[in-house]
Design a binder for this molecule. Structure first.
Ligand SMILES: Cc1cc2nc3c(=O)[nH]c(=O)nc-3n(C[C@H](O)[C@H](O)[C@H](O)COP(=O)(O)O)c2cc1C
Length: 498
């Protein structure tokens, strides 16, 4: 019998024999901005692009902590602007589209961002909704809300000065992707989590990520209608010293009904499959403190065959902040080689996560498909982030078949490199219940975000791929039984960036 993770994942698999197109309901196209009327708001200060970080942050190294400073209001503005800001506008016959610092499946941007702030000079303690279109913080609640409801005890030692709550408004992605949309809610949230983590670290602060909190209470705190919008992840900025008051309020102020009722479209039908996996994964099975999935490449591993990833830095063309501001999804790949240094930069960006509770490699393992990497033969490899080495799995051309598997996105056949994110759905469920699906998909999004930023900084293009024939992908990649490809990214030189 399938567990709930397998049931959802395979019920939403794409199969070439069962692809039924569906018409987009343009009359109910969701808005991509949440606007809350009638509450006080604060304009964030204008911030210069400089966050003072050099390129090393891209590989995930933490710059020296600022020994005494607590974040300022300017720092908060930078976290929001770089973490989840508008970075480009394009005009199309259907209107002007605004693109953000993070990618999003179908550019539907299901995620909203809330910030609970405590002890920030120039901003009174409270819970705010980040209204990115106006650059304002809309005040939802007074008081200290930096400790997520139901968060484990270790949070007390973090002394968060700011806690970001990442939610997804389900219908935005459901509008286009229907039942499969929950995958994108999680992957998109993972991108946003990592985007926030990178800017927090670039500013010299420490970030703490959590996927474990009391769903019901957290959604109540955020005043969202949890059947349409729900918190999926939390990122906190660690404070330097204990805060004056860390008590959770016994009672929350009432929030105007208009806030809870905020809609993205007149009709927001959420499919039963999504309600099912969301409800199942809302149960807290066991905190994700223990365990690690067996990497899918384990069965191919022998010490003698491993290829070490040398620490050669490709000259970074862009600083971290330029990479964030110029990151886009690229599809115009050209068949040119990827240097050993460039491959090393990308792989090391995947390896340099702190091995904490949310270490992404606990929940997913990474594969590498190479077509034009100077230092390795074309083929499929596993990637060991701890030993910094590649495990050869199979030689041959991978890009043509993968382009077909990705719903015939033919431009992918010219990518020089693909990074895959894989997990055993059975093991995920056995270890963490349905919540494990969230851990894995969020982790895949976080890892992919690193690849996007690292690739951009070294002058390569990158594109996330969430659309693929799931069964074909698993068999082509010869994944062990129960393992599934969750997501992958294509990387390579592009026209226009040469
Ligand atoms: C989870 C996810 C899945 C995606 N899947 C695809 C895909 O299958 N094909 C594609 O061309 N782009 C895909 N994209 C890229 C989005 O289309 C792109 O991020 C969006 O249009 C916004 O553009 P930008 O990334 O340039 O800001 C995906 C992005 C994400 C985050």
């Amino acid at each position: 019998m399938k567990n709930s993770v397998q049931s959802y994942h395979w019920a939403t698999a794409y199969d070439p024999l069962e692809m039924k197109g569906h018409r987009l309901d343009w009359a109910n196209q969701p808005t991509v901005y949440k606007h809350i009327e009638g509450l006080p708001s604060v304009m964030l200060p204008d911030v210069m692009p400089s966050v003072g970080a050099n390129g090393s942050t891209i590989a995930g190294q933490v710059p020296d902590d600022r020994p005494t400073a607590e974040p300022s209001l300017g720092d908060l503005a930078r976290m929001l602007r770089f973490g989840y800001g508008i970075t480009a506008k394009r005009s199309y016959p259907t209107g002007v589209y605004e693109y953000r610092s993070v990618p999003s499946a179908g550019a539907l941007y299901p995620c909203e961002l809330y910030a609970a702030c405590h002890g920030l000079d120039g901003l009174s303690d409270g819970l705010y909704h980040y209204e990115m279109s106006s650059g304002r913080l809309v005040r939802l609640r007074d008081g200290v809300h930096t400790l997520p409801p139901g968060s484990p005890d270790f949070w007390m030692a973090i002394h968060p000065v700011t806690t970001f709550y990442v939610t997804a408004m389900f219908y935005r992605s459901v509008w286009k992707y229907r039942d499969r949309a929950y995958r994108y809610h999680l992957l998109d949230s993972g991108h946003l989590v990592e985007s926030l983590v990178l800017v927090i670290r670039a500013l010299g602060f420490q970030a703490e990520v959590s996927y474990d909190f009391d769903d019901e209470q957290t959604n109540a705190l955020l005043s969202v209608d949890s059947s349409r919008e729900a918190c999926l992840a939390i990122v906190a900025v660690k404070g330097r010293s204990p805060r004056v008051s860390m008590d959770r309020p016994a009672q929350w102020d009432p929030i105007p009904e208009a806030v809870r009722a905020c809609r993205v479209s007149a009709k927001e039908d959420i499919p039963e499959t999504i309600r099912f996996i969301h409800a199942a994964s809302s149960q807290r099975h066991r905190p994700q403190n223990e365990g690690r999935l067996q990497p899918f490449w384990d069965i191919f591993d022998t010490v003698e065959r491993r290829i070490p990833v040398r620490a050669l830095e490709d000259p970074l063309r862009l600083s971290w902040e330029q990479a964030v501001l110029s990151r886009r999804s690229s599809r115009n790949f050209v068949p040119k080689p990827i240097s050993e240094g460039a491959l090393s930069d990308i792989l090391r960006s995947l390896a340099s996560f702190p091995e904490d509770r949310c270490w992404p490699h606990r929940f997913v393992s990474c594969g590498v498909l190479s077509a034009a990497c100077e230092s390795i033969e074309n083929g499929h490899y596993g990637f060991d982030p701890e030993e910094l080495s590649l495990i050869p799995i199979r030689k041959g051309d991978m890009m043509e078949p993968m382009a077909d598997i990705a719903l015939q996105q033919r431009w992918l056949s010219l990518a020089g490199l693909e990074i895959t994110f894989v997990a055993s759905l059975q093991e995920l469920h056995a270890m963490w219940g349905a919540r494990g699906y969230r851990y894995a998909m969020l982790s895949a999004g976080r890892l992919a975000h690193r690849v996007y930023i690292a690739a951009t900084a070294i002058g390569l293009g990158c594109c996330g791929i969430g659309a693929f024939f799931d069964g074909h992908a698993a068999s082509f990649l010869q994944l062990p039984p129960q393992c599934a490809l969750l997501y992958f990214v294509g990387v390579g030189p592009t026209r226009g960036r040469e």
